[in-house]
Design a protein around this ligand. Structure first.
Ligand SMILES: Nc1ncnc2c1ncn2[C@@H]1O[C@H](COP(=O)(O)OP(=O)(O)OP(=O)(O)O)[C@@H](O)[C@H]1O
Ligand SMILES: [Mg+2]
Length: 305
C-alpha cells in the first residue's frame, strides 16, 4: 500500500497542494482541472436537443422480453433518471445502448444516427460511456492506470505504451497521464492515484469507475447504480459529483434505486416496469404518478416520496 501522505505521482502536473490554496487560487485551480478533464469534446447537437434516442427498442432473451418497445430520448445537457423495480430492464437498456446486446427490434440513435451493429469499442468512440452495476476495474492496476486504460479506448494511438515504457508517442502519453490525474482529482480520489484499484475503499472504486468512463470523453455518461451501498453522506457527495459532471458539459443517464437521490439530482425521469416504459416526466410528476406509485408498492412510502 502507498503512503497516503506521499505526493501524487506526477511531476509538474495539475495536481497541486490544494489544501494550502486560498479560495481564489482554488477557483483558478478548479478551472484548470475542468479544462484538462474535457479538452476537446465535439458534440454535434446543441444543449437541449436530443442526443440519444431509443426508438421502439425490444430486447428478448429467449422467451423473456426484457425490453418491450421502449422509446425515450435524452437531451444534451440533461441528467435523466432511469428507474424501476428490480428486473424492470434498466441495465438491459444500458446494454442495448452500448452494444453489449443488440435490440431484437427497434433502434438506438446517437445524434440522429442509428448505432446499428456498431461494436462496443466503436460505440465508446462515438461517445457513450458507462459504469457497471457490479464494479469492473483492473484490480491489479493502480487507480491512475485504470483511467489511462479508459482513455486508451478512445485514443487513436496506444497510450498503454506509456505504462509499458515504450519509447514512442511520449508527448501523447504524458498528456494522457496528466489528464488521467486530473480526472482522479475531478472525482475526488487523486490522493490514492498510485494505489492498486483492489486496495481502494469501496466508495473510491465507484468514483474510479466514473473517472475511467469520463476518460473516454463521452458525450453521454451512463451510471448504473453508482450509489449502491453508499451511506447518506456518501450519496450526498455523489449527487454533488453528478451535478459537477453535468456542469462540465456532460449529459448523464442515471440508474438509481434511491428515490431521494434520483429526485434530487435529475431533470427528468423515465420509469420502466417489466420491460415497458410506464412514465416519463419531471421528478415532481413522477412522484405523483399513480402507475409509478403502484409499481413501487411494497417499497416503503419514505423511499417513494
Ligand atoms: N443476459 C441475460 N439473459 C437472460 N435474461 C436476462 C439477461 N440479462 C437480463 N436478463 C433479464 O432481463 C430482465 C431485466 O433485467 P435487468 O438487469 O435489465 O433489470 P434491472 O432493471 O437492471 O434490475 P436491477 O434493479 O435488479 O438491476 C430480468 O428479468 C433479467 O433476469
Ligand atoms: Mg440493473
Amino acid at each position: 500500500m502507498t503512503n497516503p501522505n506521499e505526493p501524487a505521482p506526477t511531476e509538474g502536473g495539475i495536481v497541486a497542494e490544494v489544501a494550502h490554496m486560498t479560495a481564489e487560487q482554488r477557483a483558478e485551480h478548479d478551472a484548470e482541472v475542468a479544462e484538462a478533464v474535457a479538452p476537446d469534446r465535439e458534440i454535434d447537437v446543441e444543449v437541449g436537443e436530443t442526443l440519444l434516442e431509443l426508438r421502439d427498442v425490444t430486447l428478448r432473451f429467449g422467451g423473456l422480453t426484457a425490453l418491450d418497445s421502449v422509446s425515450f430520448g435524452i437531451r444534451r445537457g440533461e441528467i435523466l433518471g432511469l428507474i424501476g423495480p428490480n428486473g424492470a430492464g434498466k441495465t438491459t437498456c444500458f446494454n442495448a445502448m452500448t452494444g453489449v446486446y443488440r435490440p431484437t427490434s427497434g433502434q438506438v440513435l446517437l445524434e440522429g444516427k442509428p448505432l446499428g451493429k456498431s461494436s462496443r469499442h466503436r460505440i465508446t468512440q462515438l461517445g457513450i460511456a458507462r459504469t457497471f452495476q457490479n464494479i469492473r476495474l483492473f484490480g491489479e492496476m493502480t487507480a491512475l492506470e485504470n483511467v489511462v486504460v479508459g482513455a486508451d479506448a478512445r485514443a487513436k494511438t496506444s497510450v498503454v505504451g506509456a505504462l509499458l515504457r515504450l519509447p514512442r508517442h511520449h508527448h501523447e502519453e504524458q498528456q494522457a497521464v496528466d489528464r488521467a490525474m486530473a480526472l482522479l482529482e475531478f472525482v475526488g480520489i487523486a490522493d490514492r492515484a498510485a494505489d492498486k484499484a483492489k486496495n481502494l475503499p469501496y466508495g473510491y472504486q465507484r468514483r474510479l469507475e466514473i473517472a475511467r468512463a469520463l476518460a473516454t470523453e463521452p458525450k453521454l455518461l451512463c451510471l448504473d447504480e453508482p450509489a449502491a451501498g453508499f451511506n447518506p453522506a456518501e450519496k450526498e457527495e455523489l449527487m454533488q459529483l453528478i451535478r459537477k459532471i453535468r456542469a462540465d458539459g456532460y449529459t448523464v443517464l442515471l440508474i438509481e434505486h434511491d428515490m431521494k437521490l434520483v429526485m434530487g439530482v435529475t431533470d427528468r425521469i423515465v420509469v420502466l416496469e417489466f420491460g415497458k416504459k410506464i412514465a416519463d416526466g419531471l421528478p415532481a410528476e413522477i412522484r405523483e404518478n399513480p402507475a409509478v406509485i403502484a409499481a413501487y408498492l411494497g417499497v416503503p412510502d419514505d423511499d417513494v416520496a
